[in-house]
Design a protein around this ligand. Sequence first.
Ligand code: ADP
Length: 489
Amino acid sequence: MAPATVVAVLGYVSLRQWETATDLLFREQARDLAAMAAEKVEMMLRHAEDAFLDRLQAVLARGSADARTLDGLVAQFPLIRRLYVFDRRDRLVYPGAWLHEDAAVFRPLLAGTPPGFWERGGKRALVSGDHVLLATLLKSRGAPVLVAVSRDLDALRREIFETTLGGLESPTIVAVVDHRGRPVYSRTSLAGAERVLSVSFREGLPSWSVAVYVPPGASPRQAVQRQVAVFTAAFGVLLAVIVAGIVLAWRLMRQEAEMAQLKSDFVANVSHDLKTPLSVIRMFGETLEMGRVADEGRRQEYYRVITRESERLSRLIDNVLDFSRIEGGRQTYDMVPTAVEPLIRETLEAFASPLAQQGFKVETRVAPDLPEIPIDANAVGQALANLIDNAIKYSRDRRAIAVDAALAEGELAISVVDEGVGIPPEEQGKIFEKFYRVGRSETQGQRGSGVGLALVKHVAEAHHGRVTVESRPGTGSRFTLWLPVVGRG
Ligand code: ADP
C-alpha cells in the first residue's frame, strides 16, 4: 500500500506540474500565433493601402484630382470605403457632396492630427465612430493636402483577414476583435469557444486585436483533466490488484500456518497412537514372561490383547505408510474381481475382540448375490477398517454398528453406520481433508492421526468411486463407500 500511495502522490504532483507547464506552453504558442497573425494582417493592409495612396499621389501630382477621377479611383479599390481630402486650412476638397456619416468623421480626424503633422507628415491611424481611419499627408501640385480614408469592413474581412488568417492551420480559432471588443472576423464559429488571449495590432488597426480562442472541450486544461481521469482509473485498477494480492497472500499464509499446525498435531497424535499399543503389548508381554499369570484363561486373554494391540499398531503404520505413498504419488492399486461379502466379514473379524470387549452390537446386512467387482482388496479392506475403527472410536453409550452392502444404481454401496457422537454439518465437508480432525487434536476425547478419512477418500477415487457421509450430531453417522460395479480404465 505504501508504494501505491507514493505513486499516487507523485502521479498527482507531476500531473499538476504537467498541467501548469502545458498551459504555459499553450499560452506561449497562442501568443506567438496571434502576434504573427497581427503582423501579417498589418503588412497586407499596409500593402493594399500603399497601392491606393501611390495611385492617389500620382493623380494629385498630375493636378487631375477632380471629383470624377477620384470617384473612379475609389471605385477601383473595394477596401477604400470613403476618401476625404482637406487643404491646409482644413477645407474639405473632396468629396464635393457630404454624406451623413461624414460629419462624425471630421471632428476626430481634425482633432487627431497634431499641429506638427502638416510639417512632419507621416501616417496615422485613428478610430472614429465605427470606423478606423488612415490619415496621411500627400502633395497636390506642391501643396500639402490631408488625405483620410476609411475602410470597408466587408472588404477588410474578405481581402485582408480571410486571405491572411483563413489558411492558418491550428487547433485553435484565430479571430479579429474590433475596438469595441466585438469579434469581426473568425474562420469558424466562436459559439462556446473560450478566449485564451489577445494581441493588439500595432499601427494599422489601433485598439483592434487578434484573439485566440479554443473550441469547446479542446482546452489543454480539459485535455489534462481527461488524462487525470485516465490516470485515476488506472490507479484504481492498480489499487484493486494490490488489495486482491494482499488478500490472496494473506489467505495463503493463513492456509500455510493452518497446515503447519495440522502437521505438528499429526506428528504428536501418531506418536501417541504408536506408544499406547506398544506399552500395552510390553506390559502384558512382561507379565506373561515373568510367569506370574497362573490362570490359563487370563493368559489367553493377555495373548488376545497383545494380538489386538499389534493389529491396531499394524493398521496405524499401514495408514501412515499408505498416506505417505499417496502424498508422494507412489501408491498403486491392483484391481482384481473380488467378492465383497467375505472381504467385509474378514475386516469385521479383525475388530471382533475390541467390539466384543466394548460391548458393541454388530449387524451385517449384505444383500444376496452381489457380483464380484474389480477392486484392490487390500486397499478397500483398509478403507473399511478405517471406517469401522472410527465408528468404534466415536461411539459413546449407544454401542451399535451396522455394515450394509447393496447395489444402488449401478454402484455397490458399502455403509458403516454408528450411533455415536455424529459430525456437525459444517464439518462434514472438511473431515476428508488430510490431517483434519473435528475440533483439531483430542477430538471428542479420542486420539487419531487425521489421515484415516483422507485415505478412504483416496481409495474410493482410485476405484472411480466416492465416499459420502450422512450424520447428525448426537445421533450417529453413516459413511458410505460407493464403488462402480463395472471396472473402468
Ligand atoms: P482420526 O484419526 O482423527 O479419526 P479421520 O480422518 O479418520 O481421523 O477422521 C477425521 C475426523 O472426522 C475425526 O477426527 C472425527 O472428528 C471425525 N469422524 C470420523 N469418523 C467419525 C464418526 N464415525 N463419527 C463421528 N466423527 C467422526
